[in-house]
Design a protein around this ligand. Structure first.
Ligand SMILES: Cc1cc2nc3c(=O)[nH]c(=O)nc-3n(C[C@H](O)[C@H](O)[C@H](O)COP(=O)(O)OP(=O)(O)OC[C@H]3O[C@@H](n4cnc5c(N)ncnc54)[C@H](O)[C@@H]3O)c2cc1C
Length: 415
């Protein structure tokens, strides 16, 4: 880890160090033929993540998958390198960089490991963003520095009976005479839930008002959040996905996030943005699988006296998937650019997530086929990309929910 920090400038990537790092960056050729020209700031982050992957993530991919755990030393290293506070302003200990930089970090991490990528994504694009956008001065001063430097965040919305219909949640917030709240209920499938210390929790204080009774709270784990179970999963196995219990969790009045009764709006806006993060994760998975398999067919494997990549039947498939990955990346950074420019990005975010998750599945599936028997075994971890890709069609809104969003907005445009 020390080596990595030295190579990335010797310290966390805060705003001032980022400026120095961007000065050293030379643009990469990978996107040279594309409309995508990333700022030096974004390229500096990609550079740091690429070295982080090589030094700290790649050697642990198989063991993390087998043990279903990301080592705490790796999470510490993400904090120490400054990758857990990409958009957080410098005054709170972050790099104060763009949303595009934040999703580029997610994409780059996912090329190597999708579990590390989603840990970073949920922490940055959901939790820190919620606190930054809707937190009072007290909440920002108290929690942003902790989220920037040491404490992992989780976003607790879903429940056993509230998935796609998220606002059917049953967790209740009872308001006390002094203005504080007591939360009771349970949450399901919460990413980072096993290790997180700071939770954004959604609960309904006035169920008779339906979704308008939902309020968001910033809750510290020691106040009573219990991890009931960690799920065993098909993919992103190292990422913790937890069932949580909240039994009489006392939350001070000042920990209401945003306005009382406006939790549903916070959840919707956060998830709209978060979907771009998942599109980044899926694009990274697709690229990671592609890079591994295409190197193999052109450099490692010969049949009939030729590298197997030289057969036209292989080349056309490779060309098809390369085109799809490029299209997914364009949708992804189009949505991110609209967001950074302050525009309305909801449809573009849904399109990016929907398409990138489909491409990730197809690319990982083809990568296995291109590597033949070796691809199907656990030897090369290419089958892991395939398992990791599946979640893209489920979390932060299933593919049907993305289609519903896109369709509604198209109907509005044409009605
Ligand atoms: C690994 C993992 C991590 C997760 N992390 C988090 C997290 O950090 N925080 C959090 O709050 N939640 C998290 N979730 C929950 C996730 O967001 C939900 O699983 C997801 O929203 C889908 O809800 P569901 O599982 O209840 O599926 P359901 O809503 O039961 O859907 C089942 C099927 O019905 C379809 N369907 C449902 N409604 C409609 C409709 N109106 N029109 C058409 N089709 C429909 C769906 O598309 C799907 O195919 C996570 C889930 C997983 C698996």
């Amino acid at each position: 880890m020390q080596r990595l920090l030295l190579r990335s400038g010797g310290a966390r990537l805060t705003a001032s160090r980022l400026a120095a790092a961007t000065y050293r960056v030379t643009r990469r050729s990978t996107h040279s033929g594309s409309i995508l020209q990333f700022s030096d700031e974004v390229e500096a982050f990609r550079d740091v993540v690429s070295r982080f992957n090589n030094d700290l993530v790649a050697p642990n991919i198989s063991s993390m998958d087998a043990e279903e755990k990301i080592p705490s030393t790796l999470v510490d290293a993400l904090f120490e390198t400054g990758l857990m506070a990409v958009e957080t302003p410098e005054e709170y200990g972050g790099a104060g960089a763009s949303f595009t930089a934040a999703v580029a970090v997610v994409e780059e991490l996912a090329k190597c490991d999708a579990s590390v990528s989603v840990l970073n994504d949920v922490h940055n694009t959901l939790v820190s963003t919620c606190v930054r956008k809707w937190g009072s001065e007290y909440i920002k001063d108290t929690y942003l520095p902790q989220l920037a430097t040491s404490k992992l965040g989780a976003f607790a919305l879903s429940e056993p009976g509230a998935g796609s219909d998220a606002f059917a949640l049953k967790t209740r917030a009872r308001k006390l005479a002094d203005g504080d709240f007591v939360l009771n209920g349970g949450k399901m499938w919460i990413t980072n839930g096993g290790e997180a210390e700071i939770f954004v929790v959604f609960a309904n204080a006035e169920p008779e008002k339906g979704h308008r009774g939902i309020t968001a709270f910033v809750v510290e784990k020691p106040w009573g959040i219990k991890v009931v179970k960690k799920e065993h999963k098909l993919g992103i196995r190292a990422s913790s996905t937890a069932v949580l219990a909240l039994d009489d969790v006392h939350v001070p009045a000042e920990n209401v996030l945003g306005e009382y009764g406006k939790g549903y709006r916070i959840a919707i806006e956060c998830l709209n943005e978060g979907r771009i993060g998942i599109a980044a994760q899926m694009t990274g998975i697709a690229q990671g699988a592609f890079d591994r398999a295409v190197s193999y067919v052109y450099q490692d494997r010969k049949q009939f006296g030729k590298f197997v990549g030289e057969f036209q039947g292989m080349q056309f498939q490779i060309a098809q998937i390369a085109t799809e990955i490029e299209a997914a990346r364009l949708l992804l950074y189009n949505a991110a650019a609209i967001k950074d420019a302050g525009g309305d990005f909801v449809k573009e975010a849904a399109m990016a997530k929907l398409y990138a998750s489909q491409v990730a599945e197809r690319a990982a599936s083809k990568a296995i086929e291109w590597m033949g028997g070796v691809g199907f075994t656990r030897e090369e971890s290419v089958e892991k990309y395939y398992r990791d890709a599946k979640i893209g069609a489920i979390y932060e809104g299933t593919s049907n929910i993305q289609l519903q969003t896109i369709a509604k907005l198209i109907q509005k445009e044409y009605s």
